[in-house]
Design a protein around this ligand. Structure first.
Ligand code: HDD
Length: 703
């Protein structure tokens, strides 16, 4: 007879039944017991003990028989799927697209037929070069991928926040991406283009010069996804019910205007909050401030294309908005975060080839190549041809086809017939009338590996972009180029880049060469087409010219001290919230401080965890005695010095003056330092903040 050994049933591994519930004020309380479902295995078997594996004796080896242990570890071992080969780090949200007016004259796409109709949407924003776990404020292009679940199938507009691209032909994509990713022998740098391989490739690829101007501009360090533009980049086609085609370029304009951060700020944000952009989108949507973009389209015909200065099939070129005005056609609103990041944001599969009837491709060689790559990559990433069975990827309109089986098939056909034509009258049939018909463009030519002559001008639009920027923006481009090239170890690469810059803007080239210690300017790079001087500047290309007209959606960080005047704080809060902005309080200690009248001021951040780089503007609400203590804290001095150096507007009470001084800031230095005494001053401060930054400070005080 087997004797059951006497073992202690006392659980020494965990403390049971420590469950939390939320009280009325949102605070968490511990509750003793709860109506909790019983834990099971994936097969549904109830589990008795999830803390201890099955062993021979309390101190003996674990037995193979422990199916619960094996299943749990097996599943954990397989949790990761390959990250995207590019755009690995991303963040998504659900929403809708609302059509303004019927575009039936141009396209038969169902989404554009009825004014006011809403189409469900999912959007994923991303950086390009970094891994999934990299930081948000890398200097990089941002992906802006939109999936529209239309009544005639999913339409994926897989764009970026920059309207042009590095290369003209998709066959170069692996090269540009290899060059920017961590160098293969040393596996660094992560999420950075500031290294030899990238600049080596770029300096040998003149077609990338226009895009390089964009990537070195502040477009590559956006303040928030909410303040970025989006672009479909390529020329697409609209096709109407009469099979007539119109060329179209798609734009997304953020309702809250454009805004970027300063480079020094970006570097610090990455340390202070690597999830800065994620958190921003999460907080905005969770608090009901739904971000919104307007879709605008540039429509043109073959005559316009023939007469335009550049080839509309060349993805390194744009059509200036001043030459062809984008027409508003609808709005995109993001109003719901995914319930599960992995299921939705990670598994969403965008594909440029997902177009509904009425939207078609052009011969842009980059787009043609993309149409192969996206389907291919989903199989690698998601592991099965059945990735369309995942809810995030499935169409929301009725769909019927005979594709079947394969790994993880979730939707399995019933009945006998799985082919067509069939004699049983079962299943779907194609529809020549309603189905997708490719635009019947006439094509003929020799089979060649050639780049069109009309793609040869690589500098003129780069120059136009640079000359369309305001003075601070031009300065930032020069600083960015200098920083990036300063990290390049091979002198000839730096010089090669300067030789390209000479074809774009001599002043820029000279500034960069000087900073890089290049004593003798190289000759300008050979140009297949002489760069043009006659392109008009396009104000639409500047961020500063396209900022917001309110401070809505932005954030003010208010540093308080013990003894702060709470009534002034409340007045400031009222002014900020009336503007549609948010206030967050920062205090020397976790929890908050006692105000002058003895009431308690709750703080969101402790000073070390709430540096000023996390805010668009700051206020120093500091009592006379409070300044004494804060002066001694490096974090408080940095808070002030950084806000000043990043050209932010700073409101301050008289008590804050010693802190400003200790941080090296003259409180009368410029109009960006605003004394805060009463409600009127609070309102004036918020109104000034609409300008976002006092960029003039950069040169005035030689930051
Ligand atoms: Fe791409 C992902 C945007 C050129 C191949 N691309 C990807 C994403 C965006 C873009 C936003 C992330 C989608 C998501 O959030 O899941 N890509 C662009 C733009 C381009 C571009 C605007 C030029 C105008 N891409 C491009 C080329 C190729 C690819 C030329 C290949 C020949 N892109 C891919 C890919 C990815 C991708 C490998 C990686 C993950 C994925 O597709 O789903 O297929």
């Amino acid at each position: 007879m087997t004797k059951t050994p006497r073992l202690s049933t006392r659980n020494i591994a965990t403390v049971h039944d420590q469950k939390l519930e939320r009280g009325e004020g949102g605070e968490l309380h511990q509750i003793a017991e709860a109506d909790t479902p019983i834990l099971t295995t994936a097969q549904g078997a109830p589990v008795s003990d999830d803390q201890n594996s099955l062993k021979i004796g309390a101190r003996g080896p674990t037995v193979l028989e422990d199916f619960h242990f094996r299943e749990k570890i097996f599943h954990f071992d397989h949790e990761r799927i390959p990250e995207r080969v590019v755009h690995a780090r991303g963040y998504g949200a659900h929403g809708f697209f609302e059509t303004y007016d019927s575009l039936a004259a141009y396209t038969r796409a169902d989404i554009f037929q009825r004014a006011g109709e809403r189409t469900p949407a999912f959007v994923r924003f991303s950086t390009v070069a970094g891994s999934k776990g990299s930081f948000d404020l890398a200097r990089d292009v941002r992906g802006f991928a939109v999936k529209l679940y239309t009544q005639e199938g999913n339409w994926d507009l897989v764009g970026n926040n920059i309207p042009v691209f590095f290369i003209q032909d998709a066959i170069k994509f692996p090269d540009i991406i290899h060059s920017v990713k961590p160098e293969p022998d040393r596996a660094f740098p992560q999420a950075q283009s500031a290294h030899d391989n990238f600049w080596d490739f770029i300096s040998l690829t003149p077609e990338s010069m226009h895009m390089i101007m964009w990537v070195m501009s502040d477009r590559a360090i956006p303040r928030s996804f909410r303040f970025m533009e989006g672009f479909g980049v390529h020329t697409f086609r609209f096709v109407n019910a009469k099979d007539e085609s119109t060329f179209v370029k798609f734009h997304w304009k953020p309702k809250l205007g454009l805004q970027s951060v300063a480079w020094n700020e970006a570097v610090k944000i990455n340390g202070a909050d690597p999830d800065f952009h994620r958190r921003d989108l999460w907080q905005a949507i969770q608090s009901g401030n739904f971000p919104e973009w307007e879709m605008r389209v540039q429509l043109f015909d073959q005559d316009f294309a023939d007469s335009f200065d550049f080839d509309v099939l060349d993805p390194t070129k744009l059509i200036p908005e001043e030459i062809l005005e984008p027409i508003p056609v609808g709005r995109l609103v993001l109003d719901r975060m995914p319930d599960n990041f992995f299921a939705e944001t990670e598994q969403v599969a965008f594909m440029t080839q997902n177009v509904p009837p009425g939207i078609d491709f052009s011969n842009d060689p980059l787009l043609q190549g993309r149409n192969f790559s996206y389907l291919d990559t989903q199989l690698k990433r998601l592991g099965s041809t059945n990735f369309t069975h995942l809810p995030i990827n499935a169409p929301k309109c009725p769909f019927h086809h005979f594709q079947q089986d394969g790994h993880m098939a979730m939707r399995n056909p019933v009945g006998r017939v799985n082919y067509q034509p069939n004699s049983f009258g079962e299943g779907p049939r194609e529809s020549p009338q309603q189905g997708f018909r490719s635009f019947a463009d006439a094509e003929e030519g020799q089979k060649v590996r050639l780049r069109a002559e009309s793609f040869a001008d690589h500098y003129s639009q780069a120059r136009q972009f640079f000359q369309s920027q305001t003075a601070p923006e031009q300065r930032h481009i020069a600083m960015a180029l200098t920083f990036e090239l300063s990290k390049v170890e091979t002198p000839v690469i730096r010089e090669r880049m300067v030789s390209h810059l000479l074809n774009i803007d001599e002043g820029l080239a000279v500034t960069v060469a000087d900073k890089l210690g290049i004593k003798k300017l190289p000759a300008p790079a050979d140009a297949a087409v002489t760069p043009r001087d006659d392109l008009q500047p396009s104000p639409a290309l500047s961020i500063i010219e396209n900022g917001p007209n309110s401070f809505a959606g932005r954030k003010v960080g208010v540093l308080v001290s013990p003894g702060t005047d709470i009534s002034l704080l409340k007045k400031l809060q009222t002014a900020i919230e009336k503007e549609g902005a948010v206030m967050e309080v920062i205090a020397p200690k976790v929890g908050g401080v006692e105000a002058a009248d003895g009431t308690w001021i709750e703080a969101r951040h402790m000073i070390d965890g709430g540096p000023s780089v996390l805010f668009d503007a700051v206020a120093l609400l500091i009592s006379d005695q409070g300044a004494e203590r804060l002066i001694g804290e490096a974090a408080a001095r940095d808070f002030v010095a950084d806000a000043f150096a990043h050209c932010k507007f700073i409101a301050f009470t008289p008590g804050a003056v010693p802190l400003l001084q200790k941080a090296g800031v003259d409180h009368e230095a410029d109009e960006g330092l605003i004394p805060l005494v009463d409600a009127k001053a609070a309102k004036a401060f918020v109104e000034t903040c609409r300008r976002l930054r006092l960029w003039g400070r950069e040169t005035a005080v030689k930051l």
